[in-house]
Design a protein around this ligand. Structure first.
Ligand code: ZN
Length: 453
């Protein structure tokens, strides 16, 4: 693989607040970040002087960030986008999602996964945790392998006949054996980018044996555990009715707590649940667009973070969002943190960190999520002049614009392991209407100069 030197970017490293280098450089060798800034330029010069091939990108005017990490998506549901819009969670699952997943076959599953991955990558997502459906998970992995993205997925376990339609019902042993088989085939494939997770759909769709079996097998294989939890009030009520415990306590009792567990949503929780999440280091995937569309409620992110609980971001599935766009989730997470009176608002830095480094940590991906020498070269190039985020001059740091005014039209390129998976096509005709950056900068300076008036 030819080394790649990206020069002259605004490098937003995300290791700590203020880790921002103007005119920065990143040298990529063998899919990893080999050196940064001055070291990168020196090493690039050595490679060129030795007559070895070196690819160069002049990223003048672009911002370079770690790729976004989405900790909860459903690639199998992309073809179910634009279904009914006004149903609450359980009715929406029964009427639209479960019947839709039941009719997927290998071919339609692969189309669904490809469509979702294309959208995710074009929006700057480089790593994701996906919940498959009960069958055809190989098709998801085939699409993931072809996409080049860093994908963790697994077959959803649904073995409770009281809550699972017969078309999806799979005995616990058969479902768990299928995850084992997928693990043997795909875990570590595509140069380590693919991984298999044990994924009971949610407490209501599974027997206690399925949950316990998933936790045991995941730990035997060093795999992630992924499920939905406390998403809607009705679901939380039904779990308490069936088990005599809260959703979070019940999941903990069956093995679903700890740093190797990602719980999606986690909205309806009490003080005991939150103490448990914090004490066990369990990860929360906050999916704000989905939660609002399905009237599920608002995740108490500020309280979780104050307790040291790691909160990350996910778009959830296409039919409950209906975009797989990290910028939409970042902006909404920031907005929702301002809804509860007296609750401290999430800063833009905190939100971008949730969407990058914290997401990577939740997925156990210690080698992505920040721009540092030695990490894998998973990054995005963003063009602040591409859409309508200008001017960015009122703020010193990049975090505010990233959360509040950027959207996925600003993604110029997406790289995983130093390979470009996406490059933006030519700008739209509307770009001609837009004042050039120099004219906007002049106007802002003029306004600044007149502020004493
Ligand atoms: Zn979900």
């Amino acid at each position: 693989m030819t080394p790649l030197l990206v020069e002259n970017a605004l490098v937003v490293g995300m290791t700590r607040e203020g880790d921002v280098v103007r005119g920065g450089a990143v040298l990529v060798e063998d899919g990893a970040i080999a050196a940064l800034h001055g070291d990168a330029r020196r090493r690039g010069a050595e490679i060129a002087a030795a007559g070895r091939p070196l690819d160069r990108i002049d990223a003048e005017g672009l911002w370079l960030l770690p790729g976004f990490v989405q900790t909860h998506v459903h690639l199998c549901q992309t073809l179910l986008r634009n279904g009914p819009d006004d149903l609450p969670l359980l009715a929406w699952l029964e009427e639209h999602v479960f019947p839709g997943e039941a009719v997927l076959d290998e071919e339609t599953m692969e189309v669904s996964a490809r469509l979702g991955l294309a959208e995710l990558i074009a929006g700057g997502t480089t790593a994701l945790l996906d919940m498959g459906t009960v069958r055809h998970t190989d098709a998801i992995f085939r699409a993931a392998a072809a996409s080049g993205a860093r994908v963790t997925s697994g077959n959803a376990l649904m073995d409770d006949p009281a809550t699972t339609p017969p078309t999806l019902l799979t005995a616990a042993g058969a479902g768990l054996d299928e995850t084992d088989r997928l693990g043997a085939r795909w875990h570590g494939a595509a140069g380590g980018k693919l991984r298999v997770a044990y994924s009971p759909r949610f407490a209501l769709s599974c027997s206690e044996g399925a949950l316990r079996g998933a936790a045991e097998r995941a730990r035997a294989h060093g795999a992630l555990l992924h499920t939905h939890a406390a998403e809607s009030a009705e679901e939380a009520r039904l779990v308490r009715e069936r088990t005599g415990r809260s959703n979070l306590r019940y999941l903990h009792d069956t093995g679903f707590s700890g740093p190797d567990v990602v719980l999606a949503h986690v909205i309806h929780t009490d003080d005991d649940d939150r103490t448990l999440l914090s004490a066990r280091g369990t990860n929360v995937a906050h999916c704000p667009s989905s939660n609002l569309k399905l009237s599920s409620g608002i995740c108490p992110v500020a309280d979780y973070r104050a307790r040291g609980i790691r909160v990350t971001l996910g778009a959830d599935g296409a039919p409950c969002n209906d975009r797989l766009d990290p910028f939409a989730e970042m902006r909404l997470a920031a907005q929702l943190s301002r809804v509860r009176p007296g609750s401290p608002p999430l800063s833009a830095w905190e939100v971008v960190r949730m969407a990058t480094a914290d997401g990577a940590a939740a997925l156990g991906l210690s080698d992505v999520g920040t721009i540092e020498a030695g990490k894998r070269a998973d990054f995005v190039l963003l063009d602040p002049e591409a859409g309508f985020a200008a001017p960015t001059a009122w703020r010193d740091g990049p975090y505010g614009p990233l959360v509040w005014s950027f959207d996925r039209s600003h993604v110029a390129a997406t790289y995983v392991d130093g390979v470009a998976l996406y490059r933006r096509a030519t700008p739209s005709p509307a770009a001609a209407l837009r004042p050039p950056a120099t004219e906007i900068a002049r106007a802002v300076e003029k306004m600044r100069a007149r502020r004493h008036l």
